[in-house]
Write a new protein. Structure first.
Length: 129
């Protein structure tokens, strides 16, 4: 393969990767469908938070605190799932996702007493969902 063909092939690969990444980030989620899936089966804590309408930045801190509360209260996830994730086009690392039922999430939220106003609002949203 000559150098110009190699560069062209590399350029095509990079462009295709960027297009796929952009399509993933702009994929809209149906909030009603997401909320229903959280009520009917075990989902990750982040999914529960996003389904309740919490913004992603706040959800990240709330979920971290809920994981700590789960460890403190010795609440185990309902199920674990192993998925393969590609990061920036490289690797197929195995990630373990811990999924909690709605009842366990409510139990965690009752044990979680946030101080910041944004996280208090997020907790109320999650309890109301």
């Amino acid at each position: 393969m000559n150098p110009s063909a190699r560069n062209a092939a590399k350029e095509l690969r990079l462009r295709a990767r960027d297009t796929r990444a952009e399509a993933r980030t702009h994929r809209p989620q149906n909030p009603a469908k997401l909320a229903k899936s959280c009520r009917t089966r075990a989902r990750s804590l982040m999914t529960h938070a996003l389904a309740a309408g919490v913004d992603p930045a706040t959800a990240k801190s709330v979920v971290s605190a809920l994981r700590s509360a789960a460890e403190r209260k010795n609440i185990k996830p309902t199920e674990k799932a192993r998925t393969r994730r590609t990061h920036e086009g490289w690797g197929r690392t195995v990630r373990t996702s811990r999924r909690y039922s709605r009842a366990k999430v409510v139990e965690l939220l009752e044990a979680y007493k946030p101080r910041a106003a944004a996280t208090r609002a997020a907790r109320e949203l999650m309890l109301a969902a």
